[in-house]
Design a protein around this ligand. Structure first.
Ligand code: PBG
Length: 323
C-alpha cells in the first residue's frame, strides 16, 4: 500500500487522484489518499498574512517527513525554489496548459467590459498585468478555492457537496476572474473559460501548469522507480529555467513576475517579465539556448536574470517572500 498525502481542496484532490492512478498503474500496488489539513485551508485570512502560499507546502512536507505518507503532489508554482534537504522532487510530469484564462460574465471579452468593471485576482502578477492591459478595469482582491472564485462571476445555487458539506448560494458580484487554465482543466471546468491569455503578452508564473511529485530523499524500491518513469525531461528543463530566474532575483512565488520557457528538440527559449505593482512599468528579457553549456536551464536563467536586473527589475516591485 502506497500512501499519497493531499490537501482536501477539489484541485488538490483532482491532481492527487491523477497521480495516484498513474502510480498504481506503474507499480501494481494500491495507492491510498491521506488527507492533510493545513492552517491555510481552515483560515480565510489573506495568504500574505500567514507567510504566503508556503503555509500549504510546509504542512504537506511535514506529513511526508513524519512518514505519515510516502509521496505528495504540489502545484509546482506554489513550491518554494529553495530545495528541502530531506526531500526530492522525484517527478515532474508533462506540463499542462501554462496559460491564464479569463472567465467573464455573459461570455464577454475582457476588452469589451465597461470601465469600472470588477475583475478578481489575488495574484500580484495578474493584478499588474490587468492594470497594464486594461487600465479602466477595477482589480479586486480575491482568494479561496476555484469553485468559490468562479461563483463570484457565475453565481451558484445552494446544495450539498460530495463530502456532505453544505454549499452556500452565491449571487455574482464580479464581472470576471482570472485563473490558471491548468487548474480548470484538472477540475474539468474548461467549459467556463471565455478567453485564453496568450503567453507572449501575458507570461504566467514560473512552473504554472506543472505538477511536482515529492518524496523523501531516501526513498527506494518500486515507488521510486515509478516516479522516475513519470518524469518528463523537457518539462523539467523548461520549468527549472523559469524557477531559476525567480531564484536569481531572490523572488518568491507572489512576486509580480511572469516567466515561460519551452524546449523544442535541441533548442530552448526562456522569456521573463517583471511588473511594477500598478503595471505601468515593466522589465523584460529573453534568451535562446543554442550552444552546449553544461546546464542549459541555469545558463539561460542567468542571462535572463542579469538582463532583467540591468533593466531595473529589482526597483520595480517587491520581489521577496516565500522562497
Ligand atoms: N496559487 C494557487 C494555484 N496553484 C496552482 C494553480 C493552478 C494549477 C497550476 O498552475 O498548476 C492554482 C490556481 C490558479 O492560479 O488559478
Amino acid at each position: 500500500m502506497i500512501r499519497l498525502g493531499t490537501r482536501g481542496s477539489a484541485l488538490a484532490l483532482a491532481q492527487s487522484q491523477r497521480v495516484a492512478d498513474s502510480i498504481a498503474a506503474r507499480t501494481g500496488e494500491d495507492v491510498e489518499l491521506v488527507r492533510i489539513v493545513t492552517h491555510g485551508d481552515v483560515s480565510s485570512a489573506p495568504l500574505a498574512s500567514m507567510g504566503g502560499v508556503g503555509v500549504f507546502v510546509a504542512a504537506v512536507r511535514e506529513s511526508l517527513l513524519a512518514e505519515e505518507c510516502d509521496v505528495v503532489v504540489h502545484s509546482l508554482k506554489d513550491l518554494p525554489t529553495t530545495p528541502h534537504p530531506g526531500l526530492i522532487v522525484a517527478a515532474m510530469p508533462k506540463r499542462a496548459d501554462a496559460r491564464d484564462a479569463a472567465i467573464v460574465r455573459l461570455g464577454l471579452a475582457l476588452a469589451d467590459l465597461p470601465a469600472g468593471s470588477k475583475v478578481g485576482t489575488g495574484s500580484p502578477r495578474r493584478q499588474a498585468q490587468l492594470r497594464r492591459r486594461f487600465p479602466g478595469l477595477e482589480v479586486v482582491e480575491l482568494r479561496g478555492n476555484v469553485d468559490t472564485r468562479l461563483a463570484r462571476v457565475l453565481g451558484r445555487e445552494a446544495g450539498v457537496a460530495a463530502d456532505g458539506s453544505p454549499i452556500e448560494a452565491m449571487t455574482p458580484d464580479l464581472d470576471a476572474v482570472i485563473l490558471a487554465a491548468a487548474g480548470l482543466e484538472r477540475l474539468s471546468r474548461l467549459d467556463v473559460v471565455t478567453e485564453y491569455l496568450g503567453i507572449d503578452g501575458w507570461p504566467t508564473a514560473p512552473g504554472q501548469g506543472c505538477l511536482a511529485i515529492e518524496t523523501r530523499r531516501d526513498l527506494s524500491g518500486p515507488l521510486k522507480k515509478a516516479l522516475l518513469a513519470l518524469d518528463h525531461r523537457s518539462t523539467r528543463l523548461a520549468v527549472e529555467a523559469e524557477r531559476a530566474v525567480l531564484r536569481r532575483l531572490e523572488a518568491g512565488c507572489s512576486a509580480p513576475l511572469g516567466a515561460h520557457a519551452f524546449v523544442d528538440g535541441e533548442m530552448m527559449f526562456l522569456a521573463s517579465r517583471v511588473y511594477s505593482p500598478e503595471g505601468e512599468q515593466v522589465s523584460s528579457a529573453h534568451a535562446l539556448y543554442v550552444d552546449d553549456a553544461d546546464d542549459p536551464a541555469e545558463d539561460l536563467a542567468a542571462r535572463v536574470a542579469d538582463e532583467l536586473l540591468a533593466n531595473g527589475a529589482a526597483a520595480l516591485a517587491p520581489l521577496g517572500g516565500a522562497r
